[in-house]
Design a protein around this ligand. Structure first.
Ligand SMILES: Nc1nc2c(ncn2[C@@H]2O[C@H](COP(=O)(O)OP(=O)(O)O)[C@@H](O)[C@H]2O)c(=O)[nH]1
Ligand SMILES: Nc1ncnc2c1ncn2[C@@H]1O[C@H](COP(=O)(O)OP(=O)(O)O)[C@@H](O)[C@H]1O
Length: 232
């Protein structure tokens, strides 16, 4: 096909035209990329790097009843709410999923996720296995799940201490739950060991790129190929 040909496919913001015409646009439905791991394995670090590099990816900002950590920004890291507010949100059906983790409640607000997916944008979730199971039950087709393993138990504990944001008591609570969390790895589509962030981040990006190309997520392929077969 020459550069001057009118029969080129169009991407991006251009308006789609009727099937069978020279121009057939391939749209994509967004996907839900879930990262889970025992606390301290690296989900937050990986998420920040992915978000900084990929404009089509947005974070699902959870609501939580846990206290804010130093440096966390309300509305960016979490929506920090009281137990009463959380209950109200549950009763109003505002959560796509919610769960109790380490004695606090965490939930995924429904609205921003639905808007992103239908707009062809992908959503990144840092949620635990309980939330992942709920999403698996309600939206299996949109879901891509990744479990992050730490290189060792000792390194996990070192990372939790190095983050220096939780008390010794909180770190002990998270370490005590780690074995339990780890037992859920077989429920995930992909499993990675986070040795070095410089390697783990491109691995998660590769998963995202490949999943975006899944046939089922690309809308308009039938029309596109039909047009090709008709010589357009
Ligand atoms: N089910 C569910 N889990 C969440 C949600 N938000 C965060 N979590 C999980 O809650 C756990 C504790 O998160 P956090 O308090 O930020 O501690 P961290 O994992 O040590 O950084 C982690 O396993 C998160 O993945 C949510 O909206 N739903
Ligand atoms: N591959 C890695 N090598 C060394 N330190 C890491 C690695 N990944 C994350 N960390 C560090 O470990 C600590 C916990 O990581 P974080 O991303 O907060 O984990 P999570 O969100 O899973 O609880 C942070 O201090 C982070 O900088």
């Amino acid at each position: 096909m020459s550069a001057a040909s009118p029969h080129k496919k169009k991407h991006g913001a251009s308006a789609p035209e009727a099937a069978g015409s020279a121009f057939v646009e391939i749209h994509r439905r967004g996907l839900m990329l879930v990262l889970s791991s025992p606390s301290g394995a690296g989900k937050t670090s990986i998420s920040r790097a992915l978000l900084a590099r990929d404009p089509l990816l947005q974070m699902s900002v959870s609501a939580t009843t846990r206290p804010k950590r130093p440096g966390e920004v309300p509305g960016v890291d979490y929506h920090f709410v009281s137990p009463d507010e959380f209950n109200l949100m549950v009763n109003r059906g505002e959560f796509l999923e919610y769960a109790k983790v380490f004695g606090n409640y965490y939930g995924t607000p429904r609205g921003p996720v639905e808007a992103a997916l239908s707009g062809g944008r992908d959503v990144l979730f840092d949620i635990d296995w309980q939330g992942t199971q709920q999403l698996e039950a309600s939206a299996p087709k949109d879901l891509v799940t990744v479990f992050i393993l730490p290189p060792s138990t000792r390194e996990l504990e070192r990372r939790l201490h190095s983050r220096a944001q939780d008390s010794h008591e909180e770190v002990a609570k998270r370490m005590a739950k780690a074995a339990d969390e780890l037992s859920h790895w077989p429920e995930y589509h992909y499993v990675l060991v986070n040795h070095e962030l410089e390697k783990t981040i491109p691995q998660v990006e590769a998963i995202l790129q490949a999943e975006r190309l899944r046939r089922e997520r690309q809308l308009g392929l039938h029309e596109f190929v039909k047009a090709l077969r008709e010589g357009q």
